[in-house]
Design a protein around this ligand. Sequence first.
Ligand SMILES: [Zn+2]
Length: 337
Amino acid sequence: MVDYAAAIRRATLEAGRLHRDLAIQARVVRGHGRIDVYEAITKLNVPLLFTKLDGLLGVYLREPSPGILVTTQRRQNLQRYTAAHELGHHYLGHRPSLDDEDALRRAPFQAKAGDDPQEVEAESFAAAFLLPRWLLDWHCERQEWTDQDLHDPINLYQLALRVGMSFKATIWTALRYGVFNLAVAREMAALPLKAVKQKILHGYEPDDYRGDVWLVTDSDKNLRLEGGPGDLVVVRLPEHSSSGYLWRIESIDGEALDIVADSRERLVETGLIGGSTLRRITAAARNSCDGEFRLAEERPWMRAKPLNTFAVHYNLAGASRQGWYEPQRLAHLQAAA
Ligand SMILES: [Zn+2]
């Protein structure tokens, strides 16, 4: 009998050990709340190559020396997750592994009789590495989310985007941390992501729903948005319109975003933000640039003094393309020079 619970525990503990060994937590909480799995692989001196892998998502090689291959044919979050899975095989001392869709579609922290214990471990490692408990807490604190707020699929999806993991893997990881029970997790995992995206878009209909939909609020000041070329960004900010202040788009670097919708909702008088409106600006990525999206809340006739400013840094490069992981390639070039 395989003790799956022990395998899952071990994988989780080892992910935590690697966070400590590489001093990841301090950097992530001072930074942008996202774990750089490619950097971790590089620090362990494991070569990392992105390439077309027919029928496979990732490969872990051991002989003659370790190496990780990740598909170029999936979105960036699945690439990250695959890399974390292969890192798990490496760090846990596993046999070489060829991982297809099935291996990476299982729910982390879940196992049933007959599952390969090595795969159960690698999956749990991947989820615990990309979304440790302390990182979930960090995002909840920043967003002022309680556990109850994470029962809302919109918030859980936004958490997934910020940590760079799939919606489903985020659900199973939140279940592991006791954010909700199995019934809630199953219900949420059964939701089509398109429906969640539609709810955020509030009536705006894109040509397709392949891209991610980011909901950016005033809890996201100076957010680093790591997205892809098909993504949509909904910026929702309170606007002090009764005092004459309106949000104005100051600039969009590289013109990487198109404004596709712009609307206002009247906020219910709460005393706190009495007489305000909620401004909702929807932007669609039009290329894969990176840059900054800047807004200022000001009186149109007194532009010199904005009441508030707001900026989001975006990187819409999307999936990593064919080739060695860029920093590794550069390090090789430098060593050879
Ligand atoms: Zn595997």
